[in-house]
Design a protein around this ligand. Sequence first.
Ligand SMILES: [Zn+2]
Length: 261
Amino acid sequence: MNTKSCAFLLQLSRMGFSLCASKAPRCSTGALSLTTVTSTSLPHMSPHSPVLCSHSYSSSIKVRPYIQYIKHKILSPPSPPYSHVCQVGDPVLRSQAAAVDPAAITGAEIQQVINTMVKVMRKLECVGLSAPQIGVPLRILALEYPEQMLKDSSPALRDSLGISVQPLRIFVNPKLRVLDGRTVVFQEACESISGFSATVSRYLSVEVSGLNAKGEAVTWQASGWPARILQHEMDHLDGVLYIDRMDSKTFIDVNWPSHNE
Ligand SMILES: [Zn+2]
């Protein structure tokens, strides 16, 4: 891959690839083809694959940094809603999130969850987040595509991916309906699987209905990139991660070139 195409991929990665969502670069040849296919069924891989490298388990566990150890000695450990994103392996990411009592949406507890989600999403500069990712197994998701992020992308990229500025949207107890059964394959990443990426097939156009942060009924039709974000975040509410839907041969460590330096 030449420098120009790699730079293009880096730009793609910065611009489009933050679902809930890693903004890390990826330069794998052929991993970024944008292909529209007519299949209405999405590939689904078992989340229960055997661990092939169990011998590396102990060596992969890092010793907790001393400063963190001291912090936990003084302060009690954090509790959900976290101000960080849970990582794959955390059971909360594989749980079926529970519906929220509509009467509780405007209450302090749920409002705190929503506010924390927005705060974390903006801190990580990603464009979508689900409540399970901050340790809360409730059916809440947040989406936002800020103008600044759009400004950093090329018009060609915006057109090809269907990227557009999206205001902050919160959906509580969302239901998804497919409007266009054609699918689009594109590279996807997730803040809960930090440092990795793979291509995933998603529906072209979907509709989401649910309640907003005030408990009011809302419906939104999305296509292109926002539709991908929605489908990714909806999956989180059912304990599904993009690695369950990915083309496994496109799965990459986004920093793989640095390992050869
Ligand atoms: Zn995610």
